[in-house]
Design a protein around this ligand. Structure first.
Ligand code: ME8
Length: 655
């Protein structure tokens, strides 16, 4: 039986729509899955959605929907995006599915039977957005060590998992298995974390505080902690408790791909939970780095959340898949910018890859009426041909190592090394001279070598850019010969059959000569309570009124009526985390709603003179009408509302 390979992404929260960060992990998992399948492994690739817990309940409430209805709507956004980006997942798990909730309850029962669950009154520090308890020692500057936000003290009776009992076992497992937590920096981080005592884990939430979760099987007043529920998805979907043979065969070769934000849950909570029920830890957890956008943290209020659908509209999905994995070593942080993306498209994809194919097809049309010559005899091969075939074999074996190591960028660099060499080979072999000199046999040997090099290239890039690989197979005439598309077919140089007819198609990646509108305006944002326009509409909207150089006229500016406004009253919008309702004097009294409750206490706003946009169409946020918008800036330390140095008369126009 072929070797198994099991890869997972985090299951994403459905409190919001997917963005480029979610896309990144999912594309990485897709690339490794496609590669391993092509290399002959039996692959299972799992992604899905995390649908329980406070964040999702809150998001549903803010939209006035029942949590399940909210999830049913949001999950489609993820599934459609994955289809659009050619994600080849074998399964998609939703934590609200009965197949999953049954296994969560089973975990809880087994842990209880083993004596690993107990009740206790908890008085602890809790990070509401992260839904995690922390001890005093864990805090950084008095705030949550993971997200830096404020923690609150909570006292309540709960169920606990004796995680602390597995402290020493976990530390030893990490020490003995250097490949378990990758990259090394993350392994060191967790070994450092384990130098402190490991507390037990609170694994329940009383229903009076949170309803939306999997009920604890032995106490209907409680639901499970969302992370306890979520992590179990990885074993639910691979057959645990249902098809144990399938489960074991995949589990022993399992890789969890995650972002570095969720390292502790995956490398401390999860392996100890598994140990508690008598299962081995996953084989490897790889925590990749974090994407910022044009140097800034992605944030809805900055309006720089990169919407993958807009990128796909503009550049096509393959180019984005390539960019994400080529631009930054997996494991390090990266910065997204349109200029970097366009640079890669023009140089790597249009120039290097596109030209190799176009030039070769053009010459074959001219010299051989588009037909691939027979495989040359050894006697017709010179040093240059041999060197190119050896380079192909070397590249295929190097990328096998890089893929095992999840070093996507290095694999791509070596493929591009080969592409560069194939382009140089054209220049040095100079088929045009051979044609002119009527050196038919040598010309055939050169053209065959070139097209076999192109086939190798198409196979090697296919996991990264499946559509492009497919187009290349079509253009070189082997689209139906599936056996020539696999990584295993690279073992043989010369598998390409002579006599095959090629089809010259449009350029794979036309050069981008003018900066697209999307690169000048917002990258595509998802503002909290707004209906999302279709991506094409959004592009038009972003473009409106702007010239090619991204400038607006003074008339455009004058269209925005901004005035000074004194805050008369402020209060939190009930049931919302973020929204504050303000009554302001802006020359006349009006009501505004602003998403600043995480950074401001309502009482601190009263009496301040702020800047507002007064002629914005009224909008309803959580059912409360807002007539205008206050101006604020957000940086790493939070949101800062714009105020005036000195008192200004309410209603004064800002120019
Ligand atoms: O944490 N850069 O879900 P989530 C890179 N439901 N990757 C990013 C990113 C960024 N800026 N933003 C998000 C959860 N990601 C839990 C997981 S698993 C049992 C439960 C990616 O929707 C990255 O993979 O907040 C990160 O770990 C994940 O999205 C967090 O997704």
């Amino acid at each position: 039986m072929s070797e198994t390979f099991y890869v997972t992404t985090p299951i994403y929260y459905v409190n919001d729509v997917p963005h480029i960060g979610h896309l990144y992990t999912t594309v990485a998992a897709d690339v490794i899955s496609r590669y391993m399948r092509s290399a002959g492994k039996k692959v299972m690739f799992l992604t899905g959605t995390d649908e329980h817990g406070q964040k999702v309940e809150q998001a549903a409430m803010e939209r006035g929907l029942a949590p399940k209805d909210h999830c049913d709507e949001m999950v489609v956004r993820f599934q459609e995006l994955w289809r659009r980006f050619a994600i080849s997942n074998d399964d998609f798990i939703r934590t609200t599915e009965p197949r999953h909730t049954a296994i969560v309850q089973k975990f809880m029962e087994i842990l209880k039977e083993h004596g690993d669950i107990y009740t206790s009154t908890y008085s602890g520090l809790y990070c509401v957005p992260d839904e995690r308890f922390w001890t005093e020692k864990d805090l950084v500057d008095g705030n949550c060590p993971d997200c830096g936000r404020e923690v609150v003290r909570i006292d309540e009776s709960n169920y606990f998992f004796r995680m602390g009992n597995y402290h020493e076992w976990l530390r030893k497992h990490i020490e003995d298995n250097p490949g378990f937590i990758r990259p090394k920096t993350r392994r060191n981080e967790i070994l450092g974390f384990l130098k402190k005592p490991l507390a037990d884990l609170c694994v329940s939430r009383p229903k009076e505080r949170l309803h939306w979760g999997v009920e604890i099987p032995f106490d209907s007043d409680y639901v499970t902690y969302v992370w306890f529920d979520a992590l179990i998805n990885y074993v639910t979907a691979s057959g645990y408790g249902v098809d144990d043979e399938k489960f074991r065969s995949f589990w022993e070769n399992s890789t969890h791909l995650i972002g570095k934000d969720i390292l502790t849950t995956h490398t401390v909570y999860w392996p100890t939970m598994l140990k508690g029920i008598g299962l081995p830890p996953p084989k490897r957890v790889f925590a990749h780095g974090w994407w910022t956008v044009e140097g800034q943290k992605m944030s809805k209020s900055i309006g720089n959340v990169v919407e993958p659908n807009l990128l796909a509209d503009e550049y096509g999905h393959d180019a984005i898949r390539y960019f994400l994995l080529r631009e930054v070593p997996f494991g390090l942080d990266g910065d997204f910018s349109h200029s970097a993306l366009i640079g890669r498209i023009n140089s790597d994809l249009a120039n290097d890859l596109g030209n190799l194919l176009q030039r070769s097809l053009g010459m074959l049309d001219k010299y051989r009426e588009g037909e691939i010559p027979e495989k040359p005899a050894d006697a017709d091969l010179g040093d240059a041909e041999k060197a190119l075939s050896e380079h192909a074999a070397g590249t295929a074996s190097a990328i096998a190592g890089y893929m095992d190591d999840l070093a996507f960028d290095r694999a791509l660099k070596s493929i591009w090394g080969f592409i560069g060499n194939a382009n140089k080979y054209i220049d040095s072999a100079a088929p045009w001279t051979l044609f002119k000199d009527n050196a038919q046999q040598k010309l055939d040997a050169v053209m065959y070598t070139l097209f076999e090099a192109i086939r190798h290239t198409a196979v090697m890039i296919s996991p990264y850019m499946p559509e492009t690989g497919h187009k290349m197979f079509r253009q070189i005439g082997i689209v139906k010969m599936k056996e020539l598309h696999t990584v295993t077919s690279l073992d043989e140089w010369g598998a390409l059959p002579g006599g095959t007819k090629t089809f010259r198609g449009p350029a794979l990646f036309p050069r981008i000569e003018t900066v697209p509108e999307i690169a000048k305006t917002a990258s595509g944002t998802s503002s909290e309570n707004e209906e999302k326009p279709k991506s094409s509409e959004k592009k038009k909207k972003g473009a409106k009124g702007k010239g090619k150089d991204n400038m607006i006229s003074i008339e455009d500016f004058a269209n925005v009526e901004m005035v000074a406004a004194r805050v008369l009253e402020a209060e939190k919008v009930p049931k919302s985390k973020k929204l504050i309702r303000l009554i302001v004097n802006a020359g006349e009294e009006r009501q505004l709603v602003a998403g600043i409750a995480e950074n401001y206490e309502p009482k601190d706003l009263v009496g301040k003179t702020i800047a507002i946009v007064a002629n914005l169409k009224p909008a309803k946020l959580m059912g409360v009408e807002s007539r205008g918008m206050l101006l604020a800036a957000e940086d790493d330390s939070g949101i800062h509302v714009l105020t005036f140095e000195k008192d200004v008369k309410p209603g004064t126009r800002i120019k």
